[in-house]
Design a protein around this ligand. Structure first.
Ligand code: PLP
Length: 395
């Protein structure tokens, strides 16, 4: 009998029975406060388009101009085909924006994490990671040959204990890694405490600022700026696919760090660069953030208004500190049904998230607030939550 993939069908059926099967909606136009889904206009509370830049005229104009000047593709990896000057420009602009010596542009935040960890630590070293770090950090840590340690979520006291163990075991170099903002709960890593503990143990610190840049700090400069830790965090990883509205990842830090990654980060050496129109859009996003803090301020005032209204309506929004607003409902099928009713009856697109992305029993609707939402959009969303919550008997 030849092998088949039939076994996957029963695995998929099992996911569906547990309320864990993800269904993907098909969107027929650009990102924004509203989306066209199956020919119908719905309110969008799913995307990471924090500042509404994904369809911003300045980014589109920049991408079109780059198409005319550089064409579509980068040709090959930069070490072989040569690097386009537009990538150099993005890197120096990002370094200036983040207040560091240098930056390297990669294809995505995912590849930035995967490529950086294994380039920095080897068999004689140790990696110490928050238990809830993003999947791309987890994969980066798995690829590195270093000893692995996990500390309890955002627990700097536990981190200190683990650092003592890693030192005791004779690690040459220790790299502490944390998400800046945790994407399922919206809580912020206590980076100030983490840096202090790391400094006491002579460890390097790497932060993944995917949900922090364009959101935290002055004008969206990120978590390092938010805590005033400039010069004390060795590796900042970022993505251009969330608040920056486009596509791509980067690492920011010292000149030596970036020079080393250009020699040793495998996604840089073995995968082609981001396309010129994407890069141009990213540069335009940096321009916008440097010109004005209005969008970032709007994002935060929208987030505060929304969270307060949901809490007043009786919903549990967990311990978020950012525009990521989890509405915790319990079991996965409840959250899935809630999301389905929001969409079907009220035209509100907000995705449910269950195990294994979040622990069992804490399934939720994760609501992503954006500067692109009007006050009326937010009020409509709260009304829809209240109606569905009342109908389902969860508030
Ligand atoms: C989204 C995300 C990434 C991946 O970024 P992409 O550019 O979409 O690959 C990495 N880390 C965290 C914490 C994220 O939320």
């Amino acid at each position: 009998m030849p092998a088949t993939t039939d076994f996957l069908r029963s695995d998929l059926d099992a996911l569906e029975a547990d309320g864990l099967l993800t269904t993907i909606r098909h969107i027929e136009g650009p990102q924004g406060a509203r989306l066209i889904v199956d020919g119908r206009s719905v309110l969008n509370f799913c995307s990471n388009n924090y500042l509404g830049l994904a369809n911003h005229p300045r980014l589109i104009e920049a991408a079109k101009a780059a198409l005319d000047r550089y064409g579509l593709g980068p040709g090959a990896v930069r070490t072989i085909a040569g690097t386009m000057t537009i990538h150099d420009e993005l890197e120096s602009r990002l370094a200036a924006f983040k207040g560091v010596e240098a930056a390297i542009s990669l294809q995505s935040g995912f590849t930035a994490n995967v490529g950086t960890v294994s380039a920095l630590v080897g068999g004689e070293d140790a990696v110490v990671s928050d238990e809830l770090n993003h999947a791309s950090i987890v994969d980066g840590v798995r690829l590195a040959k270093a000893a692995r340690y996990i500390y309890r979520h955002t627990d700097a006291g536990h981190l200190e204990e683990i650092l003592g163990q890693a030192r005791g075991a004779g690690a040459r170099r220790i790299l502490v890694i944390t998400d800046g903002v945790f994407s399922m709960d919206g809580d912020i890593a206590p980076l100030d405490e983490i840096v202090e503990v790391a400094e006491r143990h002579d460890a390097l610190v790497m932060v993944d600022d995917a949900h922090g840049e364009g959101v935290l700090g002055h004008g969206g400069r990120g978590i390092v700026d938010h805590f005033g830790l400039n010069g004390r965090v060795h590796v900042e990883v970022g993505t251009m696919s969330k608040a920056f509205g486009a596509m791509g990842g980067y690492v920011a830090g010292s000149r030596d760090l970036i020079d080393w990654l250009m020699q040793r980060a495998r996604p840089f050496l073995f995968s082609s660069a981001v396309t010129p129109p994407d890069v141009a859009a990213c540069i335009a996003a940096v321009d916008l953030l440097e010109e004005s803090t209005d969008l970032v301020e709007r994002l935060w005032s929208n987030a505060a208004l929304f969270r307060e209204a949901l809490a007043a309506a009786g919903f549990d929004t967990g311990h978020t500190q950012t525009p990521i607003t989890p509405v915790i409902l319990g079991e996965a099928p409840v959250a899935q049904e809630f999301s389905r009713l929001l969409f079907a009856d009220y035209g509100v697109f907000a995705q449910s998230i269950g195990f294994p992305t979040v622990p069992r029993g804490t399934a939720r609707i994760r609501v992503m607030v954006s500067a692109a939402h009007s006050i009326e959009d937010l009020e409509m969303c709260v009304d829809a939550f209240t109606s569905v919550g009342t109908a389902m008997g969860v508030v």
